[in-house]
Design a protein. Structure first.
Length: 142
């Protein structure tokens, strides 16, 4: 595996998200709340480090502008596949979402894309990316 042009602590997975999307920011807060094993770090797609990661992964945000999960040991996942990989780390009710892994990713992405396409209209948009509180700063990459 090639050396990364940015630092990700050992054992961490990175969730790249649309930093101006209210739904995405709310989802990040939900992941933080349920991340009992402290697996995830977060970075806005619009940030400098987010752009470095996107460049490294050769991802065009015109095609994928919402959630991306980057596991330095395994690769990256986008859209519904990223959501299912993230929720796999949770306990309780969230484990039930794994039922969707029986369907092809293209099928799951139809629903994902519908929500992603309408997320600004339904949930709104911020003028700038969220700034984490001092307590949550350690969960975000710079």
């Amino acid at each position: 595996m090639t050396k990364l042009p940015f630092h990700i602590p050992e054992g961490k997975k990175v969730i790249l998200f649309d930093g101006v999307c209210n739904l995405c920011n709310s989802s990040v807060n939900q992941v933080i709340k349920r991340d009992k094993n402290n697996v995830f770090l977060f970075i806005a797609l619009q940030s400098k480090t987010g752009q470095k990661i996107l460049d490294h992964l050769k991802i065009d945000t015109l095609e994928t502008d919402s959630i991306i999960l980057f596991d330095p040991k395994k690769g990256h996942y986008i859209k519904s596949e990223a959501v299912l990989k993230i929720t796999k780390e949770f306990s309780g009710f969230w484990k039930l979402l794994q039922i969707f892994t029986i369907f092809p990713t293209s099928f799951n992405n139809v629903f994902y894309d519908f929500i992603a396409k309408n997320r600004y209209k339904w949930y709104g948009k911020k003028e700038s990316c969220m700034i984490p509180t001092p307590e949550l700063k350690a969960k975000f990459l710079d």
